[in-house]
Design a protein around this ligand. Structure first.
Ligand code: FES
Ligand code: FES
Length: 174
């Protein structure tokens, strides 16, 4: 049996030290050792998406990532998305579209859309559907979740437009 090892992880911009066997799924470490309960245990097999987190900005299923494979990469959980108590625009979009029944799948849905917007700031309908394709919602809230994802994409576009406008203003005034 592999003995536990002491590992430093970067989670939500903080260094966290844990002791566990290297093969322990990252999901267990986040929930059981670090009390980060945003990522949910659904299938434990990489099939439902409930456990998604961002690793270096990319959405991954934390039930399939062993602790020993994380290294110095940045892990961001649902808890790490909001800055100083204000919600991330994707979280806001999900609330505004009332895209939840039981809410169990929402961690994965939100993380998937944040990951999508990291790599594609102007996703179209097929990009959104592809990002959510392997995320299961057993309450059948798919229509509201899609609406929330579209709204989040609109927010991302508006944010991009406003930051490029303020960059232009800086250039003109400098
Ligand atoms: S719990 Fe990880 S994909 Fe289902
Ligand atoms: S809202 Fe219940 S599983 Fe999606």
């Amino acid at each position: 049996m592999t003995p536990p090892v002491s590992v430093s992880l970067i989670v939500n911009d903080a260094i966290r030290r844990v002791e566990a066997k290297p093969e322990t799924p990252l999901l267990y470490i986040l929930r059981n050792d670090l009390s980060l309960n945003g990522p949910k245990y659904g299938c434990g097999l990489g099939e439902c998406g409930a456990c998604a987190v961002l690793v270096d900005g990319r959405a991954v299923r934390s039930c399939t990532v062993p602790l020993g494979a994380v290294g110095t990469r940045q892990v961001t959980t649902l808890e790490g998305l909001s800055a100083e108590r204000s919600l991330h625009p994707v979280q806001r979009a999900f609330i505004e579209e009332a895209a939840a029944q039981c809410g169990y799948c929402l961690n994965g849905m939100i993380i998937a859309i944040v990951g999508l917007l990291h790599r594609n700031s102007d996703p179209d309908e097929s990009d959104i559907r592809e990002a959510l394709r392997h995320h299961l919602c057993r309450c059948g809230t798919h229509m509201e979740i899609l609406a929330a994802a579209r709204r989040a994409a609109v927010y991302a576009k508006a944010e991009r437009a406003s930051s490029s406008a303020s960059a232009d203003t800086t250039e003109v005034s400098s």
